[in-house]
Design a protein around this ligand. Structure first.
Ligand code: PLP
Length: 286
């Protein structure tokens, strides 16, 4: 079965999906995006993702390409046409096509592109063994709270991780504090059992998975603190993990050359992963 994409009002074969060369997303990275997890046929946290899309658009003063009900029906139609049971929806909105010039164009129509793909959930040993992250300097701009398609530092960081045989790179700010991964939020469990993730401000993307995990952690009565932590504190932690719509909760068992805990996934991370998947199965469907 061939994949179908949505491009500005049309469902087209994925191979033919294209926007104009003067789309401002292509020219200036002048656009925003969202990635929504589809789990067992249902979208997880659909409304929070669409709220964040609206916020990102608002921050960049890009008009919405269509009403929310229309957007939700495109998402459903795309899943139907691609027969996705478990996978990801990617949507991108740019300021549209205009003659290349930096200021906002007067009459551009925002472009909306949507794709969907299947994913397989990692299980068993892949989860148990966890992943390695490396630490790198955070070289991004000061509005990391906006989910823009301007991802070059993230791309370079992820490539550096890959070349180092790691799964992710944790970005570290000038004061030595971890901001987040290149496409994930960062968490640790300290030696005395405190669950820590950085407070959300303009230095990080406030992950929708992060927000859901905060709720689940509270429900499970975990000792939770939103604060920065240094890479040294992380290396001494009992557990570490990353979160995103794509990786849910993925245990981290090595940071640079430091082994975390006993080198296997920790119980808090595994518990939250289970809780998140249960949530995705049930009440996370919106
Ligand atoms: N941080 C960054 C930089 C990201 O790109 C992402 C996801 O793409 C996340 C965090 C996690 O966000 P979410 O949980 O909404 O997927």
């Amino acid at each position: 079965m061939s994949r179908i994409a949505y491009v500005n009002g049309r469902y087209v074969p994925h191979a033919d999906a294209a926007v104009h060369v003067e789309d401002r997303g292509y020219q200036f990275a002048d656009g925003v995006y969202e990635v929504v997890l589809v789990y067992n046929g249902r979208m997880v946290d659909e409304i929070p993702h669409l709220d964040r899309l609206d916020r990102s658009l608002g921050e960049l003063r890009i008009p919405s390409p269509m009403s929310r009900p229309a957007l939700r029906s495109v998402m459903r139609e795309l899943l139907r046409r691609n027969r996705i049971h478990t996978g990801l929806i990617y949507m991108q909105v740019t300021r549209g096509v205009a003659r290349r010039d930096h200021p906002f164009p007067k009459n551009a129509q925002p472009s909306l592109v949507m794709t969907a793909k299947r994913i397989a959930l990692p299980t068993g040993a892949a989860v148990e063994n966890g992943v390695r992250v490396i630490s790198i300097p955070d070289i991004r701009w000061e509005r990391c709270d906006i989910k823009t398609v301007a991802l070059l530092p993230n791309v370079l960081g992820k490539q550096q991780a890959k070349e180092a045989g790691a799964y992710e790179a944790w970005q570290v700010d000038r004061d030595g504090y971890v901001t987040e991964g290149t496409s994930t939020n960062a968490w640790i469990v300290t030696k005395d059992g405190e669950l820590v993730t950085r407070n959300a401000n303009q230095a990080i993307l406030n992950g929708i998975t992060r927000l859901t995990l905060l709720k689940l952690a509270e429900r499970e009565n975990l000792r939770l603190v939103e604060r920065g932590f240094t890479i040294e504190e992380a290396k001494r932690a009992r557990e570490a993990f990353i979160s995103s719509a794509t990786s849910f909760v993925t245990p981290v068992t090595q940071i640079d050359d430091a082994v975390i805990g006993n080198g296997k996934a920790g119980s808090v991370g595994l518990g939250l992963r289970r809780a998140y998947l249960d949530y995705a199965e049930g009440e996370g469907r919106t």
